[in-house]
Design a protein around this ligand. Structure first.
Ligand code: ADP
Ligand code: MG
Length: 294
């Protein structure tokens, strides 16, 4: 499900002098990719999420989410259908748990949408599988799970309405390293196996660099850069100037290139970087031995 912002401006204070939280933003977020939205605090990330989730409407311009048109003019926008197609996972979603079992927690939103739904047990099993948890979780209390499991239950409770678009606000915040890795695998799987379009707002650019396809960089309500992650994150000068974090692996690769003239190409994370450097050093050692033998 693609998302298009066409000349979108938004102000929380709709007066002629009101500061724009988003200022003439135009972006095209392609279907079935993972998109990252990054930028300093106050740059407009949450406002952008709220606009694509229909919580607020643009002051100017239009937001198109699949076939839905979100404008401040009258449109044939059906909020009930829209709710099924777009799933939003808030920051710390597990803070909103209130059911006594995981099964009820996941089924809750579905029961509101469709109270007569008889197929709900199967749906719960299916989404648990999608997030990598087995059926034994259905009867467990959501409060006794570890941080990573809780986050996956929260995602399952959004996936149950089978959204085409999944929007996540800081999905890795507060997770330990292993839970984070599992969540990253889960998000990649939701794209490749279940063909979801995923939009992630985060400060965790190291995580983002591993799983994302395209990036939108916001600064002061404006898009200052957008495109493929490799192109965007290698513009280190711009990102530093605007105080936008750069993935450690990208920064290190650039230092290696500047100091040693070695271009390592795309390296997804620090572990792969260590492996690549080891290979380069081993190759060079072999060359020294061959040269000495001549
Ligand atoms: P981010 O998520 O990148 O930190 P926001 O979208 O929350 O940025 O904020 C963008 C701008 O809008 C900031 O200048 C912020 O102060 C302002 N803003 C955000 N929410 C409100 C609100 N409810 N009322 C007034 N101004 C707001
Ligand atoms: Mg925010």
């Amino acid at each position: 499900m693609e998302v298009i912002f066409r000349n979108v401006s938004f102000s929380y204070n709709d007066t002629p002098t009101g500061k724009l939280a988003l200022d003439n933003v135009s972006v095209f977020l392609e279907s079935n990719l993972i998109h990252g939205i990054i930028g300093p605090i106050g740059s407009g990330k949450s406002t952008m999420l709220e606009l694509m989730n229909g919580i607020t409407l643009p002051s100017k311009g239009e937001v198109l989410v699949g076939e839905y048109e979100l404008t401040n003019k009258k449109s044939n926008f059906n909020f009930n259908d829209f709710r099924y197609d777009v799933g939003l996972v808030y920051q710390f979603p597990e803070k909103q748990f209130f059911c006594s079992t995981v099964g009820e927690e996941i089924a809750f939103s579905q029961k509101i949408f469709d109270p007569k739904n008889r197929n709900i047990k199967n749906k719960v099993k299916k989404v648990l599988k999608m997030v990598g948890l087995d059926e034994t979780y259905i009867k467990r209390s959501p409060f006794e799970l570890n941080g990573g499991e809780k986050r996956r239950v929260a995602i399952a409770s959004v996936l149950i309405s089978n959204p085409k678009l999944l929007i996540l606000d800081e999905p890795t915040i507060g997770l330990d390293c292993n839970s984070k890795k599992r969540l990253m695998r889960l998000l990649k799987g939701l794209k490749t196996k279940y063909l979801k379009t995923i939009i992630i707002v985060t400060h965790d650019v190291d995580m983002l660099y591993e799983i994302v396809d395209d990036i939108v960089v916001l600064s002061d309500g404006k898009v200052i850069k957008t495109g493929n992650k490799i192109e965007v994150f290698n513009d280190i000068k711009l990102l530093d100037e605007k105080r936008v974090p750069v993935p450690n692996v990208v920064r290190t690769c650039n230092i290696i290139k500047d100091n040693f003239g070695i271009d390592l190409g795309y390296v997804e994370n620090m572990n792969s970087l260590v492996r690549k450097i080891t290979n380069v050093v081993n190759e060079q050692k072999k060359m020294v031995v061959v040269n000495n033998e001549k």
